[in-house]
Design a protein around this ligand. Structure first.
Ligand code: TYM
Length: 332
């Protein structure tokens, strides 16, 4: 059976981009047709300035939201990265496989290190090695498919390169995984700045819809979305990114096709109104279920405990094999 692994990091509240680009498919498709693991990747949140209490709160909130989105602990494994030592253990071996040059080429490293420098903060070494930890997350489980949004493509490509290189040097150890992206909404853009990705950590959040936003807030954000000068709603992501983004979001929420939907609308106002309502309706059940689950923290903790135990059992043999393959002495 195909094995699927994916993760989300607790650096901010879950966005509509996370939901449409990744989480919704994990719950609706992946877990039912594959052996799936989904992970709140908390170690990744430490690669930038962070408030420890906030990381903790967000980790629990994301896990609760993943369950609210429909992940079923009876069919998929949900856990927190730092509960399973194998990720960090394998990451070191992959640091010994990757090169400094390939790390520095990563787009997210370039962007985030520039942001840290601009804010007068030091660039953490872990920001550079972050994609190696991500590769370890994936490779520890013999993953075939990694369902992600568009922004993670380069990291999954690196993971493939590291798997192939390791296997060539030390013998067949890792499965070479591939990224799987949604047909629509693989990159949901910021509503105020439609040439940038809608991101959890964007400051001034008017352009970012959060999954837990109240319906009125969602409506306001969508109605205020920046559109392009011009009239008519043609689908042109390069020339008219604001309108194209709304069409993508509407299509993702209603199961339609953005180009076909473009023909339906004559005014931006109508497009925004329908998009706002579609987003509200898609998020409503998730918000409601989140409120129920959040009231029962014991349930979520229990799911995560069992998930970690299962994940440990799955990762350990492969990580042990990798340790032996590189020449490390087993315990006598
Ligand atoms: P993260 O936490 O930034 O995002 C989680 C998932 O949401 C997708 N996503 C989006 N999709 C469409 N439009 C957007 N605006 C948007 N923003 C985010 C991301 O592509 C991702 O699929 N490095 C990863 C976390 C990670 C991981 C892993 C993922 C760590 N280890 C192993 C897969 C496998 C990240 O920062 O995701």
């Amino acid at each position: 059976m195909t094995r699927v692994f994916s993760g989300i990091k607790p650096t901010g509240h879950m966005t509509l981009g996370n939901y449409l680009g990744a989480v919704r498919r994990w719950a609706e498709v992946d877990q039912y047709r594959s052996e799936s693991l989904f992970c709140v990747v908390d170690l990744h949140a430490l690669t930038v300035e962070h408030d420890p209490g906030r990381v903790l709160r967000l980790s629990r909130q994301l896990a609760t939201l993943l369950l609210a989105a429909g992940l079923d602990p009876k069919v998929s494994t949900l856990f927190v990265q730092s509960h399973v030592d194998e990720h960090a253990r394998l990451s070191y071996l992959l640091e010994c496989t990757a090169t400094d040059g390939e790390m520095r080429r990563m787009i997210q490293y370039r962007e985030k290190s520039a942001q840290a420098q601009a804010a007068g903060e030091g660039v953490r070494l872990s920001l550079l090695t972050y994609p190696v930890l991500m590769a370890a997350d994936i490779l520890a489980y013999g993953t075939d498919e990694v369902p992600v949004g568009d922004d993670q493509t380069q990291h999954v490509e690196l993971t493939r390169d590291l798997a192939v290189r390791f296997n060539q040097r030390y013998g067949q150890t890792f499965v070479v995984p591939r990224a799987v992206k949604p047909e629509v909404a693989a990159r949901v853009m910021d509503l105020q700045e439609p040439t940038s990705k809608m991101g959890k950590t964007t400051t001034g959040t008017g352009g970012v819809v959060f999954v837990l936003d109240e319906p009125e807030v969602v409506r306001k954000k969508v109605m205020r979305a920046v559109t392009d000068s011009g009239t008519g709603c043609e689908y042109d992501p390069v020339g008219r990114p604001g309108v194209a983004n709304l069409l993508d979001v509407l299509a993702a929420c209603t199961g339609g096709d953005p180009e076909e939907l473009a023909g339906v609308y004559e005014s931006y106002g109508a497009l925004k109104r329908d998009t706002a309502e579609a987003v509200v309706e898609v998020l409503r059940p998730v918000r409601e279920r989140h409120a129920e689950l959040a009231a029962d923290g014991g349930f979520v903790d229990g799911v995560l405990r069992e998930g970690a135990e299962k994940a440990r059992g799955m990762a350990r043999p492969r990580v042990d094999a990798a340790y032996r393959a590189v020449g490390l002495m087993p315990v006598g």
